[in-house]
Design a protein around this ligand. Structure first.
Ligand code: C2E
Ligand code: CA
Ligand code: CA
Ligand code: CA
Length: 274
């Protein structure tokens, strides 16, 4: 009984720490967003056959002055809860289009949008403005949406994505195969690209069944005329089996490059494509 009591006290203490930590992070995140202290890195996507960079995904970064780097998987949900995700999205889109315009070869740029953005902000207007200000062709911008976002905002997301697709903007279904996958989205919404989650890639060099699964998911995407991307490619073995056994067209992952600061990704594009 004494032990039980002790445990529950520890439990409360831990909950208090978590609660206070989250409150602190939220307050500091609000300030970081207001002060423009977030960062942006870019990870290249390569054509699997030519090994040229075809686009780069913009990924947001936050280095807390006291706690160091906080992963987006931690602070994006906080920003969603706080109702400030749309300011982050707007900032990412402005920066990403601007950087993309400066690259030496006409590769694309991908940005992630959250479910909340469909309600929180006029995405088509925001994107129009960013394209005009940067002078970037709409065909070079790619919007990445997860299935979760589509479940939360199905009707609204559908009409916003159609508006964007009509402008020639590419639409990617992100993290495919995770969460509440519903294959019906694939044909109902105007996707141009399918990003297969890294969980489908991780075992393909050792496990033939994992490889068959990836091959079949990729074929499904190709049958629907989607550009098929595999995420999280970390080794040459994974790349090689993917190239010989699947119809995956583009790859993203640490094997080619980690996400890089703008200056370094510009150099990488020059080196790979120049
Ligand atoms: P995501 O959209 O699936 O982005 C890909 C994530 O996989 C990135 O993590 C990237 O660093 C990581 N990654 C890339 N290659 C590899 C690999 O070979 N191995 C492994 N293990 N991981 C790899 P990151 O940057 O930590 O971002 C995590 C998630 O946070 C993103 O997943 C995305 O959902 C969200 N996120 C990031 N930036 C933004 C943003 O600007 N807006 C929104 N709404 N969400 C964002
Ligand atoms: Ca993404
Ligand atoms: Ca993803
Ligand atoms: Ca992910």
């Amino acid at each position: 009984k004494a032990e039980g009591k002790g445990r529950s006290q520890i439990f409360h203490t831990q909950m208090d720490i978590d609660y206070h930590y989250r409150q602190r992070l939220k307050a500091d995140l609000r300030e970081a967003v207001a002060e423009g202290e977030l960062g942006l890195v870019f990870q290249p996507l390569l054509d699997i056959a030519t090994r040229k960079v075809v686009s780069c995904e913009a990924l947001v970064r936050w280095t807390h002055p006291e706690f160091g780097p906080i992963p987006p998987a931690t602070f994006i949900p906080l920003a969603e809860e706080m109702g400030i995700i749309s300011s982050i999205t707007a900032w990412v889109i402005e920066n990403a289009t601007h950087e993309c315009r400066s690259w030496s070869s006409p590769v694309g740029v991908g940005v992630n949008v959250s479910a909340r953005d469909f309600r929180g902000v006029d995405l088509p207007a925001l994107i129009d403005r960013a394209l005009t200000q940067s002078g970037l062709a709409p065909g070079r911008l790619e919007i990445e949406v997860t299935e979760t976002a589509l479940i939360e905002e199905r009707d609204l997301a559908g009409s916003v994505l159609q508006t964007l697709a009509d402008k020639g903007i590419a639409i990617a279904l992100d993290d495919f195969g995770t969460g509440y996958s519903s294959l019906s989205y694939l044909s109902a919404l105007p996707f141009t690209k399918l990003k297969i989650d890294r969980s489908f890639v991780v075992d393909i060099a050792e496990d033939p069944r994992a490889l068959r699964l990836l091959a079949n998911v990729a074929r499904l995407g190709r049958d629907l005329d989607l550009m098929v991307v595999a995420e999280g490619v970390e080794t040459e073995e994974q790349l090689n089996v993917m190239l010989s056994e699947t119809s995956v067209q583009q790859v993203q992952g640490y094997f080619f490059s980690r996400p890089l600061p703008a200056k370094d990704v510009a150099e990488l594009i020059e080196r790979f494509n120049g």
